[in-house]
Structure formats: structure tokens, C-alpha cells
Design a protein. Structure first.
Length: 636
């Protein structure tokens, strides 16, 4: 049986009210969907599995991950995010309430006149031709154009320096047009209804300042105006300390990274449009585990990057916003194995509490080296690799996840699904429990192609399904776990592979079922009924039926109790030769009838008929009694 790697193509999209909830289809009258199921909000105490404890409490090794204090606009509200360590300097020292307040009577005017500069307060600055160096903290309003000049902040003051950009157009051929060489804190204010342009020139220089807007100290961007940045030499906007984007309409084109905050990058709001040859948003402090993080609290972000669109050296936390991300040319591109072109990538944890995401990547859409937690959000994902990947653990509590293209859909050592709605179609495995780092345990892939396969190193992997609504359409294994599986609740449909070397349901050890509904279609010998290899700890019955011949897609599957009570009527989208089923409707001592073909009234939701009446064209292909936890029939 082939080991696990996959692309996933996510299928039908369910209405938002249904998808944004938690455990759809928890109770099915007569085993069928009678209406759009009600989904419950995430509750970490709703199940007894120890792996479902509040996932937003991160390991101590993760360090501080930002305020995370912004409430999520979608419902239900997620659990609280990390609380920063009070002993660690934090960005709350960066932002103060009075940062955005100043005395207009004390504003110093600076006028840019092409190749010269004038100021209303000569004592606070030094002017040399087309270069002005601000020497004192204060508030400065800058207007006009520099054809080749520079604005420098170099002050020893402990107070804040504010630069109000009032329709400026500054080009510098030798350095950063706006350069904060020394300051306690600098705030770049985009005056309302203004358009401000800053651009440098490609000189090939690599030393600092290596961005068109560059700061060595804490830096904030704020205001209702526009800022257009051309980073023709390297980065667009960069801070060697922390960078906060409070608001503004910001457009960046950069040959390398778009916006970089070394210690942290916090986007509180604003409209950001980035086009970069390197990464889009980036925080890259590798020396301090409490730094190097990105927080996105809100905003509209459109990022097209040659590398990663959002990349942090430690954590990424997203509370809300609209993110349209494209990396590495998108999911139809082939990239070098040495290039990282992921959508959202964190070297430690990714926590998503809300937002609307459209991500098209040549590499993983969402990637974490440790823990990836999705508490809420709407996701449309397309990738040439994994849609959601974490080296250690993925926890999905709620949200709507639509994976329209991927190699493997959801991959991690441990996967916990407590809720949400997932639609996924894959060219290989849909949900893959594989140990270690991305591509670990694999033979090398073909040049320019997806990662290799065939030699997954066995690992202590787990899948826990405690709720949610999951629909998989896969060419590889539907669910492939290099370890045990456990299902306590939820609803799962697998339109699995037609090749005998893959399977609809595949695990090592055991599959313990104590609740929920799972239907897996595949080929004989590859679909194993849940708990087939497990101990009798499973309390819910399972059924495996293998047919003599392949059945065509569109051939209705209808299972009922012999008194006519419906268990399921299903319209498969792929050919099948095997049915694996576990349902609360399967009870020992009860007689069941299986029909193939025929027709049904009612409507379908992902192939499941609702509120309909089934009409057979012939008698049952199999009448049987459930006589144990696992009942199996071959060559039907």
C-alpha cells in the first residue's frame, strides 16, 4: 500500500452559516441528513480526549507571540490567545495612546523643492543640499518632491519623532529615501487624502539601510493617506526593531522583501498591497525566541511574493482580516527544491482565530514547524504541495476550509479535528499523519515535481476526529495515518482512490470508533473497516463490503434497516469497489439491506440525500445481520 503524500483538491462549498460552526451532522435522524446540520461552537471540554485541551496555550518554548488581544469578528469568539511574559520586553512598550496625538501648533514644516529643502525650524535639523537630517524629536510635516535626496532621522532624544507625509515624492539613488538612523521611536503619519511616493534605485548595495523606508528603531505607520514604496534595491519597508502598521493604504513593490520587522511585525489594520521578489511580510529575529513574530489583527492584505507571503521566525497569530496571498507563482508553478514559497509560514506556531483567506501557493499554503491551530476563519486554498502542514500538530476547532488543489491536504504528526467544515480533493492523500518535518521520511522526488514517496519512516502519528464535517475526494489514500486513529464524533465522507495500491482509510495499529459517522469508498483490500485491527474498545459498529466488480460513479448506495429505516443514501462521485462504514445506526442483532442503483427524491449535500424517498430498481444486493463490532463481506 503506497505511503502517504498528497495533493488535495477541495470540493463542494457549504453555506457559511453551516460551515462556520463546529460539529455538523452530529445527530442524523435515521442516519440521513434531513437538513443543514447545526454546528456547535468550539468547547475544549466537549470531549474527553486529552488531546483536545485548549490548543491556544502554547509550549513555553514558543516564546511570546504578540498581544493577540484583538477580538475575533466571526462567531463564535475563540479562546484567548497567548499572554505575553511580563518579564520579556514586548511591543506594548512600542505603542502608546499618545503616539497618535500631537500639538498642531508645534509642528515643524519641511518643504522639499526638487533638489533643495527648507524648514520652519532650522535649529532642529541639518540641511545639506537635498538631504535633511532631523536632530530633535518632535512632529514634522513634510511636503514636496526630492528628485534625488534623503530624509534622515538621527536624534538622541528619548521622545517620539513623528513624520507627517503630506503629498511627498522622494527618490534617492544612493541610499534609503527615508532613513531612521537613530531615534527612540518614529511614527510615519500618512496625512488624510494624500498620496506619498518613496523609491530607491538599484545600486546592488547590500549594506544597511537596505530598504526604501528603513528604521533602526521601533517604527509605526499610521494614517488615512496612501504610501507607495518602490524598493528597487532590496526591501520596501524595514525596521531593525519592531514595526507596527496601525492603518493606511500601503503599496509596496520590492525586489526582495516587502515589509519586514525584525523583532516583530504587527498589522493592526490598513490596506496593504505587496508585490515582491522575496517574502511579503516578514519577521526574522533568529536570536531571541520571544521575538521574530507576526500578528495580524485586521486589514485587507493582498500579497504576491516570489517567496513566502507571510513568514515569521517564531509565531504567526491572525485574528481577523481579509488575506489574498499568492506565493511562488501559485499552485500551477514548479519551483526549485531550495526555494520556500509558502503562503503562511512560521518556524514555531501558527494560530488563526478568524479572517477570510484566499491562498494560492507553489509550496504549502499554511505551514508551521510546531503547532498549527485554526479556531475560526474561511479558507480557500490551492497549492502544489500541502494545504495545511505542521511538523508536530494540527488542531482544527472551527472554520470553513476549502482546498481546491493540493498534493496533500492536511499533514502532521498529530492531527486533531474538533469541528469546522472541510472539503478537500487530493491527487494523493487527503489527511496524512506522517512524522517529522515536511517531506521527512520520503525518498527524493523527481526533479521539478512533488516530493518523493514510497519510503515513509513509520512514526508515532495520531488522528483524532472529535467533531466537524469532512468531505474528501482523493486519488491517493483518503485518510492515511502512520499510527492509530480515533473518532468520537463528526461526519466524514471519503470518495477514495480507484487504484488498488491506495486506500480510502489507512492506519497503523487501530481505529477506535466510539461515535460519529464515516463512509469510505475505495477498492477491495484497501478499505479496512474501522476497528478491523483494533481491540474491542470500539463501541460503535463498523461494516466493510467488497464487491466482485467495480461500480460506476453515480450508482446510488442505499443502506436501510429491514423495516425501511434509512441509514444512508449516497451518490458517489468516483468509481468504487468497496464500502467501509461506521455509524450510530449500525447495531448488533439488526438486519440490514444494501441496494445499489435506483433513484431518490430530495436534495443532496456532498452526495448524501436529504429529505428524500429511495426507489430501488431491483432487490437488495445483500441482506445481512450486524453480528459484531466489525462485520465484513467479500465478493458481494
Amino acid at each position: 500500500m503506497l505511503p502517504a503524500i498528497c495533493i488535495c483538491l477541495l470540493a463542494a462549498f457549504v453555506a457559511y452559516a453551516f460551515l462556520s460552526s463546529q460539529s455538523p451532522l452530529e445527530d442524523f435522524p435515521n442516519g440521513t441528513v434531513t437538513s443543514s446540520p447545526t454546528v456547535k461552537p468550539y468547547s475544549p471540554t466537549a470531549t474527553t480526549n486529552p488531546h483536545t485541551a485548549n490548543p491556544t496555550v502554547k509550549p513555553t518554548s514558543s516564546g511570546s507571540s504578540g498581544t493577540g488581544g484583538s477580538s475575533v469578528t466571526s462567531n463564535p469568539s475563540p479562546p484567548p490567545t497567548n499572554t505575553p511574559d511580563p518579564d520579556v520586553p514586548h511591543e506594548t512598550d512600542h505603542e502608546k495612546a499618545d503616539d497618535y496625538q500631537w500639538n498642531s501648533s508645534q509642528v515643524v514644516d519641511i518643504v522639499l523643492n526638487g533638489n533643495s529643502i527648507t524648514t520652519s525650524s532650522p535649529d532642529t535639523s541639518n540641511i545639506q543640499g537635498s538631504k535633511i537630517t532631523i536632530l530633535s524629536a518632535g512632529t514634522y510635516r513634510i511636503t514636496g518632491t526630492l528628485t534625488d535626496g534623503q530624509i534622515v532621522v538621527d536624534t538622541q532624544d528619548k521622545n517620539t519623532t513623528r513624520l507627517i507625509l503630506n503629498n511627498i515624492d522622494v527618490t534617492c539613488s544612493s541610499s534609503a529615501p527615508i532613513y531612521v538612523a537613530n531615534a527612540k521611536k518614529t511614527i510615519l503619519i500618512l496625512a488624510e487624502d494624500t498620496v506619498n511616493t518613496v523609491k530607491d534605485v538599484n545600486t546592488g548595495r547590500t549594506d544597511e539601510p537596505n530598504a526604501a523606508v528603513f528604521s533602526t528603531a521601533d517604527f509605526t505607520i499610521f494614517g488615512g493617506g496612501q504610501l507607495n514604496v518602490q524598493g528597487n534595491n532590496n526591501d520596501g519597508i524595514a525596521s531593525k526593531d519592531g514595526l507596527i502598521i496601525k492603518s493606511g493604504i500601503i503599496t509596496v513593490n520590492a525586489v526582495d522583501d516587502g515589509i519586514r520587522g525584525k523583532d516583530y511585525l504587527i498589522v493592526k489594520d490598513g490596506t496593504l498591497t505587496l508585490t515582491t521578489g522575496g517574502d511579503g511580510l516578514k519577521s526574522d529575529n533568529t536570536e531571541d525566541p520571544s521575538r521574530g513574530y507576526i500578528d495580524i489583527e485586521n486589514g485587507v492584505l493582498t500579497i504576491t511574493a516570489g517567496g513566502d507571503t507571510v513568514e515569521a521566525e517564531t509565531d504567526i497569530t491572525i485574528n481577523s482580516g481579509v488575506l489574498n496571498l499568492k506565493s511562488g507563482g501559485g499552485s500551477n508553478s514548479i519551483i526549485s527544491s531550495t526555494l520556500s514559497a509558502k503562503g503562511i509560514k512560521a518556524a514555531v506556531d501558527v494560530t488563526i482565530n478568524g479572517g477570510v483567506f484566499t491562498i494560492d501557493s507553489a509550496d504549502d499554503n499554511i505551514h508551521s514547524n510546531k503547532i498549527c491551530t485554526i479556531n475560526q476563519g474561511s479558507f480557500s486554498l490551492s497549492t502544489a504541495d500541502d494545504a495545511i502542514h505542521s511538523d508536530e500538530s494540527i488542531i482544527i476547532n472551527a472554520g470553513e476550509i476549502s482546498i481546491t488543489k493540493s498534493y496533500e491536504g492536511i499533514e502532521s504528526t498529530e492531527i486533531v479535528i474538533n469541528g469546522g467544515a472541510i472539503h478537500l480533493t487530493s491527487s494523493d492523500d487527503g489527511i496524512n499523519g506522517a512524522g517529522g518535518k515536511d517531506e521527512s521520511g520520503f525518498q527524493p522526488g523527481r526533479p521539478g515535481g512533488p516530493p518523493g514517496q514510497w519510503s515513509f519512516v513509520p512514526g508515532d502519528c495520531h488522528l483524532y476526529i472529535n467533531g466537524g464535517y469532512i468531505v474528501l475526494i482523493t486519488d491517493g489514500d483518503g485518510i492515511d495515518i502512520n499510527g492509530p486513529m480515533e473518532m468520537t464524533a463528526g461526519y466524514v465522507i471519503v470518495n477514495g482512490p480507484t487504484s488498488i495500491v491506495n486506500t480510502a482509510l489507512d492506519w497503523e495499529g487501530s481505529f477506535k470508533t466510539t461515535g460519529g459517522f464515516i463512509l469510505g469508498l475505495g477498492t477491495p483490500g484497501t478499505s479496512i473497516a474501522p476497528a478491523m485491527t483494533a481491540s474491542q474498545t470500539s463501541s460503535q459498529c463498523s461494516l466493510l463490503i467488497n464487491f466482485r466488480n467495480m461500480k460506476s460513479s453515480g450508482t446510488l448506495i442505499h443502506l436501510q434497516i429491514d423495516n425501511g429505516t434509512n441509514v444512508i443514501t449516497f451518490d458517489p462521485v468516483k468509481n468504487f469497489q468497496s464500502i467501509a462504514l461506521s455509524s450510530p445506526m449500525l447495531t448488533t442483532g439488526i438486519t440490514y439491506q444494501l441496494f445499489l442503483g435506483g433513484s431518490s427524491t430530495g436534495t443532496t449535500l456532498d452526495g448524501v440525500y436529504q429529505n428524500g424517498e429511495y426507489t430501488p430498481t431491483s432487490g437488495p444486493v445483500k441482506t445481512f445481520i450486524i453480528n459484531s463490532i466489525v462485520t465484513k463481506f467479500d465478493k458481494v
